[in-house]
Ligand binder design. Structure first.
Ligand code: FEO
Ligand code: CA
Ligand code: CA
Ligand code: CA
Length: 821
């Protein structure tokens, strides 16, 4: 501690003149100003100490020096909320300033206890702070303290595996429930009764919360502010419904194979889609959604859509509703998501095929290639096990709300404009939504291909370079894709207010590629371009007609190109520091990944024995593959890959199954959600945090679904390995692969969910101090009368046999630090 004394005296109460060579208030201010804005004059100087300009007037009392202490030096790590505790006596104000080290933002700098978030560092780094206090004689006393910041670690104690009915997070963290199935999002809509009688879900939270993104709002709530940590718009996908808890009786009313209860069908339809809801952190620190916000909106399978990009107006996009094939209604089975830097949300249509009916003899009524194409996407002919909305008859023949789900050839001309034979072609796309304009019409971005889209993860938003999106097609044996825009990024477009027009600029023209993973550890991106290579009318697999035909039938084009069949590509994530791309491959079974069907990128075939139930063969636990584009260029046509992580119980064979050496603190199965922390906070800088969520059926005998946190290393940090796979007959087969470095303590279980729930969807505020996570379908499969989960009621007390509800939760660290660090 040092104390600065001032040689001169005031000749009046309004000036500050230091007659000595000692540091003075001005020096302190100038040190601070070198990091902040320049302030001038005594009023500003005094203000820094929380004084008025004339507070140094002592009223004729004895003037004395202040005495200060800045507290002991300390050591911490990136992302921690650091409190500086000073003491001052005989002072008229106090001010913390930073003397050296990477600049941080000090909160409450005019109080004894200031705080800051420890910045990201790559090596131990010292930050020096000064605690300054003027005495009643206006002499400023100063003391320094040093805080040493170490690189980020997973700053929590790993959870055990759990089978209880609450969301559990590590000690030092808190969970609140923000937005649950049935919550009203318009004025006057009553609270959910949660007993199967609620209606008007077009103004309530939908079911099966999934992918999600937080868009900032300014403090007044009038418009966009990407930096806001306290007020924003959450876009939440509502993927599906759990009818056991949605309807009063828990079952679908079906008479002679047809749905007959319109209230039920409307409830199911409106529970799908996307929820857009304003959220804010209250003065008590608790987040809540604003029921009356004018930003609130539900997008459902009935919401008008525009078709955009190369498929707009294509022959097989025409319907009775849109004879020109340029418009449609709705989005469905919205799984994961994406976003664009101009402030829009991308929702992704995954298992849309199961919503369509098609008559058993329908193939005979249309060109053979149409039946072939529908079969490749699972739009089966004959009875389906889905919700069968297309079977609901209504008295008004002009009401095609339900009829559109019947994709059979029914009536009208051969071009399909008299029925909905081509309606399935309007689904399977990435859909762009402007969350800041509730009146806007979403646009389906057909240049990004048609599949069971899991999500769309952006990369390469660098001035003068083309934006890239990585996308998984989540079905067994499907592929991994990327889209490279034809338009180079102009950062000035990020703040344009005609956001969907910006989307036209970047997302409607470009090249779609599909990945081939070679045994060498290299890979190649294969372009889905009509007329190039095998994608022509002469193709023996399917006669491609034009680029629209290639995009509508992306899967068939990828088949023709020889892409690598993967174990269900779910979420991807792009490391914000080094651009490496991670992809969850949630699982494969013995049919999709038989003993003879493994390859280097999908290398395992084994049995995961459950403590109860039957054997599970194939790759039931899934893995996470990652790739590094050649030259670290996201537009490269080749890449290097390895397998970052293999899901497995820690009790399984370490030589052939538990290849990542997982233990009881981090074993998992069926990775699904995947997310890197935002680069706007220490969690996403230097060595970014990776968040892994599970959607598991193979490990649920040991634990409910979970979320893990990782500091993941990089492509090539492990090495080649050969494993021995074994099938049910005892036959074995060797398989070479490439395994990343075992994660060890850089992978820890952070959250365990309630019973029969999937953990999916995660985002944070820009500062990383509030994290939003979705809990999907708690109690799935349980009986209506006695649900197998009562969450979220069970989160804060007895479950009371309440029906479970999917919901968005908020996770914060009790000391205000970055979540996870
Ligand atoms: Fe909706 Fe692929 O998870
Ligand atoms: Ca998923
Ligand atoms: Ca899944
Ligand atoms: Ca799901």
């Amino acid at each position: 501690m040092s104390e600065l004394k001032r040689a001169g005296t005031h000749d009046d109460g309004d000036i500050c003149v230091n007659f000595s060579s000692n540091p003075h208030i001005d020096d302190i201010i100038s040190a601070r100003n070198s990091r902040r804005q320049v302030l001038g004059g005594m009023v500003a100087m005094a203000g820094l100490f929380g004084l008025s300009a004339c507070d140094s007037d002592d009223g004729g009392q004895t003037q004395s020096n202040a005495s200060v202490s800045a507290g002991a030096s300390a050591t911490t790590s990136s992302g921690k909320n650091v409190t500086l505790a000073g003491t001052a006596t005989n002072s008229t104000g106090v001010l913390w300033t930073q003397v050296s080290g990477p600049t941080v933002a000090l909160s409450n700098a005019n109080s004894n206890t200031a705080s800051f978030i420890a910045p990201a560092v790559s090596a131990p780094t010292q930050l020096v702070f000064a605690f300054n206090a003027p005495g009643t004689n206006n002499t400023v006393a100063t003391a320094n303290t040093t805080v040493t910041i170490n690189p980020a670690t997973l700053g929590f104690t790993a959870l055990p595996k759990l089978l209880n009915d609450v969301v559990t997070v590590p000690e030092g963290y808190s969970v609140t429930v923000l937005y649950a199935l049935g919550d009203p999002i318009a004025p006057g809509v009553p609270a959910s009764a949660n007993n199967g009688t609620d209606t008007n879900y077009a103004q309530r939270a939908g079911d099966h919360h999934d992918g999600m993104y937080y868009f900032g709002l300014n403090a007044a709530g009038t418009g966009r502010d990407d930096t806001s940590n306290t007020r924003g718009i959450l876009c939440v996908n509502h993927e599906n419904v759990t009818e056991q808890y949605l309807h009063a009786g828990g079952t679908l009313t079906v008479v002679n194979g047809a749905r007959t209860n319109r209230v039920e069908v409307d409830r199911e339809i409106e529970c799908h889609g996307v929820g857009i809801v304003e959220v804010a952190r209250g003065s008590n620190g608790v987040w809540a959604y604003n029921q009356a916000s004018t930003f609130n909106r539900r997008i459902t399978p009935n919401t008008p859509m525009q078709i955009s990009g190369p498929v707009r107006g294509a022959a097989r996009m025409r319907t009775l509703f849109s004879p020109t094939g340029t418009a449609g209604r709705g989005t469905v089975n919205n799984c994961a998501h994406g976003y664009a830097p101009w402030g829009t949300y991308l929702t992704c249509e995954e298992n849309w095929a199961g919503y369509f009916n098609r008559a058993a003899g329908d193939n005979a009524l249309r060109p053979a290639k149409e039946g072939q194409a529908y079969a490749r996407y699972g739009v089966a002919g004959g009875p389906v096990a889905g919700l069968n909305w297309g079977t609901l008859a209504v008295s008004d023949p002009s009401d095609t709300t339900y009829r559109k789900w019947n994709a059979s050839v029914v009536a009208g001309p051969a071009d399909g404009t008299g029925d909905f034979r081509y309606e399935p072609n309007q689904y399977g796309w990435i859909v762009e939504i402007d969350p800041y304009d509730p009146a806007s019409t979403p646009r389906k971005r057909t240049a990004l291909g048609r599949m069971a889209h899991e999500g769309a993860w952006p990369a390469n938003f660098v001035a003068g370079r083309p934006p890239v999106y990585y996308m998984g097609d989540d079905s067994r044996g499907e592929y991994f894709y990327k889209f490279v825009s034809a338009t180079n990024w102009d950062p000035a477009d990020a703040q344009r207010t005609d956001r969907l027009n910006v989307g036209d600029k970047y997302l409607d023209n470009g090249t779609l590629y599909v990945a081939r993973f070679d045994a060498t550890g290299q890979g190649t991106w294969l372009p889905l371009v009509f007329g190039q290579g095998v994608l022509t009318a002469a193709n023996s697999l399917y006669s491609f007609e034009n680029q629209a035909d290639v995009l509508i039938n992306s899967r068939i084009a990828a088949d023709a190109l020889g892409a690598t069949k993967m174990d269900r590509p779910e979420w991807a994530g792009v490391n914000p520091v080094n651009g490496e791309v991670y992809l969850t491959l949630t699982n494969g079974n013995a049919t999709s990944r038989p003993l003879a069907g493994t390859d280097a990128a999908n290398p395992r075939h084994y049995n995961d024995p459950r403590t109860t139930g039957t054997a599970q063969r194939g790759n039931p636990n899934g893995h996470i593959i990652r790739l590094r584009e050649t030259g670290d260029n996201a537009t490269a046509l080749t890449f290097q890959w390895d397998i970052y992580l293999f899901g497995a119980g820690s009790d399984l064979d370490p030589n052939n199954i538990n290849l990542s050496g997982l233990d009881a603190t981090n074993d998992f199965a069926s990775p699904d959600g995947l997310w890197f922390s935002r680069p706007s906070n220490p969690g996403g800088q230097i060595n970014p945090l990776l968040w892994i969520q599970t959607d598991d059926g193979s490990f649920t005998d040991q634990t409910n679904n979970q979320m893990l946190l990782a500091l993941p290393g990089r492509v090539g940090d492990g090495g080649a390995r050969t494993i021995t796979n074994t099938d049910a007959s005892g036959a074995t087969r060797q398989q070479a692969t490439i395994v990343g470095r075992a994660p060890g303590l850089n992978l820890k279980r952070f959250l365990v969910g309630p019973r029969n729930a999937e953990i999916t969807g995660v985002d944070s505020t820009p500062d990383g101090r509030t994290v939003f996570v979705n809990i999907q379908h708690p109690g799935e499969g349980g009986p209506t009368a006695t649900p197998s989960s009562n969450w979220p009621t069970s989160q804060s007390g007895p479950g009371n046999n309440a029906r479970p509800r999917s919901a968005t939760i908020v996770i914060t660290k009790n000391d205000g630090g970055v979540v996870g660090l």
